[in-house]
Write a protein that binds this ligand. Sequence first.
Ligand SMILES: Cc1cc2nc3c(=O)[nH]c(=O)nc-3n(C[C@H](O)[C@H](O)[C@H](O)COP(=O)(O)OP(=O)(O)OC[C@H]3O[C@@H](n4cnc5c(N)ncnc54)[C@H](O)[C@@H]3O)c2cc1C
Length: 417
Amino acid sequence: MSVRRIAIIGAGPVGLEAALRARVEGYDAVVYESATVGEHFRRYGPMRLFTPFHMNSTGLGRERLRAAGVKLPADEEILTGAELRERYLLPLARLEELSGVVVEGARVIAIARDGFTKARTGSRAGSPFLLRIQGARGQRLERADAVIDASGVYATPNATGPSGLPAEGEERIQEQLESHLPDLPGEARPRYAGRRILLVGDGRSAATAVADLDELVRSGGEGAKTRVDWVHRARGGSAFAPIPRTELEQLPVLRELDQRAGRIVRESSWLRRHEGATILSYRAIPSGAIEVTLSDPPGKERRFEVDRVLALVGYRPDLSLFRELQIHLCYASEGPMALAAAILGAQGSDPASGKGCLDQVAHGPESLKNPEPDFYVLGAKSYGRNPNFLLSLGHRQIEDVMTLLGAAEPRLNAAAR
Ligand SMILES: Cc1cc2nc3c(=O)[nH]c(=O)nc-3n(C[C@H](O)[C@H](O)[C@H](O)COP(=O)(O)OP(=O)(O)OC[C@H]3O[C@@H](n4cnc5c(N)ncnc54)[C@H](O)[C@@H]3O)c2cc1C
């Protein structure tokens, strides 16, 4: 079946750029977005991105926006998440080329192949996709010839308990548990100032949280009374997950964060470390606080109370969307297998090889193919649980998918070119 209509899931940076590229190539495209355009960048808020603007945008996007009279950031400018959304993603969605293409408040909840159950092989490619969409007025079914899943991973956080399991009682404290970096200098301040916080995680988001919590404590008033218990992995000396050398050398934001968070951890009395501890359970107690039970590395149990939990332990893909499709997933990362195998081949079998996001390369169109014809997982979700995805890789993936779809051929409305 020749592809005319492409359904794109998610109006994040990858979904939007894919839609623009598809429209320019003459495809009929629709982007279903469960929340708002650039939703996850809205949530990153005042957090500084670590890559400069030119790595977070495409030549096509910049060219079309300039032609539309939009003043863009300088190539090397480091923007916050909210700024990238305001100054690039929202203007992109307003381009005439994308007029009527992006549907906000439309959550894709399941996808199937029209007339085919998952188990049925045969000429699936000859049949359109069926997408079940949840909108404000209920559910509806829509059809498309090709689907790009660019729904990211930020909406599905990992759990905080032993070996990736939820800790006992974790589901019952959800109102006091946050899994995304809060806007501590702004909107989140009242929830954290003067409170007892359990911080979990030791990646870049946790390092950013430590730096923001330090600002909160230094800001005085209620903020000065904030106390933090921090559960992180035992890493033989370094408190945070080491940042690969290439990133420290080339990304000043990460270098500064690494130095600053390391210093705060060494010098601060408001931060109590539980290195290598495992969270066993949470129990809501009548005072409104949470009793946390940890197991220290020798296996000794320790109990204490906190008011809130800030769990920055990474994200995982929502696999439920394509449960009815034929997708071969990597048993470790839960990303599509062909790409996961290519990534593994490039980094070697040692996950601690020291290779980070700047060492990632695009692996070409073949790596994006799935057993299900014309279904592609792009963007952060294509990496599954592997956190090394970089936006610039997503831009390459879009080009590769256009190659697979045969973008060189004339399409419906060549006038959009
Ligand atoms: C704290 C943090 C900082 C980061 N900083 C950088 C950086 O500086 N540079 C960089 O290159 N990368 C960075 N990353 C990685 C970053 O997540 C990706 O580069 C980028 O967000 C990937 O874009 P995306 O379009 O694939 O996904 P997302 O930006 O996650 O967008 C997915 C979109 O899909 C929508 N959606 C989700 N589910 C559905 C559904 N079922 N139906 C419809 N819509 C749905 C969401 O609302 C969202 O708008 C960072 C990640 C984190 C967590």
